[in-house]
Design a protein around this ligand. Structure first.
Ligand code: PLP
Ligand code: COI
Length: 358
């Protein structure tokens, strides 16, 4: 079991947060850190004041990009306590990402204990506003100073926290999405299933291009045939057919296995919707939007939870979905998921871990 040293003295003043939290702009004043070396394994686990890291300029992360991260959230319950959402699933995915990048695992129980200890120490930063939460960002980087292209021998694992509002401005505001033909995010057998920064770096140029065309996000197609829908931005995507059939791409090997996606696939049948994981041909999707067979589309991810897609631009054409308004299925799923996350309703799925008043 991990033993965590507390080198952080909580200040007594309440944090003063701006009205508009944005996403990932504000950070709390402490972080969790531990180091790895082959002889000792993970050691020196500590909660310290939030501060810049001292890294060798030759650190492996900077040259080979040997890094992974993850993201979950802590939610303020009506009774004042805090819910962590599926934090073990995040810790498991973190380890799958780490394995893919040739990095050592962090024992899941230790990782969860570290996140719990940090969130407890920073409990005052968990906002009590609607649609706000404390985003938890664990990161691991190759820290060894070497220019050789091989797995590092030493690593740094840290967790930072950010009080956040909604990922894309106003919660639940539909986004306009540009289908990318020229660029792909990830390829089967590559690193798309891992949460590693290179996937995001490689997506930035196409996303900026989409922005200049007036869209907020990119719809990524499969890299081989450039025909099947993969993901939207940094979220999984779902389409609603005829107001009740939810279809989402099968985890093909290039798609990040989202925990929001997984949770919504479990939740949706209990709300009376059918769910199907399948291959979705972009031509068929676009036709189904135009004929009205697809009644809604939305992204699924921790940041926005559910982000309705209001418009799809595909080649030279555009199609508006549900009059650029959030649809009833997205709304029902959002309400049911957030009720569990924020502890407004009982959690029959065992997804939340409630921290006692800190
Ligand atoms: N897809 C990508 C590429 C992501 O970065 C994320 C965000 O974590 C997701 C999907 C959604 O995953 P989750 O629901 O676990 O946040
Ligand atoms: C998400 O949580 O949906 C994300 O995509 C995280 C993002 C900030 C990388």
């Amino acid at each position: 079991m991990i033993s965590i040293r507390h080198e952080y003295t909580p200040c007594t003043a309440e944090p003063v947060l701006p009205d508009d939290l944005g996403f990932g702009r504000i950070f709390t004043d402490a972080m969790f850190v531990q180091d790895y070396a082959p002889q000792s394994g993970w050691r020196d686990a500590r909660i310290v004041p939030y501060a810049a890291l001292a890294l060798d300029p030759a650190a492996q992360a900077f040259h080979s990009g040997q890094m992974v991260f993850d993201g979950t959230k802590a939610y303020r319950r009506p009774d004042g306590r805090i819910n962590l959402f599926r934090v073990e699933r995040n810790a498991e995915r973190f380890n799958r990402s780490a394995q893919r990048m040739g990095m050592p695992p962090v024992p899941v129980a230790d990782h969860v204990a570290a996140i719990e200890a940090l969130v407890r120490a920073q409990a005052r930063w968990v906002p009590a506003r609607s649609n706000a939460a404390l985003y938890v960002r664990p990161v691991m980087i190759g820290a060894e100073a070497t220019l050789q292209v091989r797995a590092a021998h030493t690593y740094l694992h840290y967790v930072i926290l950010s009080p956040v509002g909604s990922l894309y401005g106003e919660a639940f505001r539909p986004v306009s999405v540009h289908v990318s033909h020229e660029h792909v995010r990830a390829v089967r057998g590559g690193t798309g299933e891992a949460k590693t920064p290179g996937n995001y770096a490689g997506s930035l140029y196409a996303t900026e291009q989409a922005r200049t065309l007036g869209h907020q996000q990119v719809l990524w197609l499969d890299a081989v045939e450039r025909r099947y829908v993969d993901e939207v931005g940094a979220m999984n995507i779902a389409f609603v057919y005829q107001g009740r059939h939810i279809r989402t791409p099968t985890l093909s090997g290039s798609i990040l296995p989202g925990i929001t996606r997984e949770s919504l696939l479990q939740l949706a049948p209990d709300l009376g919707f059918t769910v199907e994981e399948t291959r979705l041909d972009v031509d068929e999707v676009f036709d189904a939007i135009r004929t009205g067979t697809i009644t809604e589309a939305f992204g699924m991810g921790t940041g926005a939870l559910i982000s309705p897609v209001g418009r799809l631009a595909y080649r030279e054409q555009e199609a508006v979905i549900n009059g650029f308004e959030p649809g009833p299925v997205a709304r029902a799923l959002f309400d049911a998921l957030t009720a569990i996350q924020y502890g407004r309703r009982p959690d029959p799925y065992g997804w939340t871990r409630t921290l006692d008043a800190a």
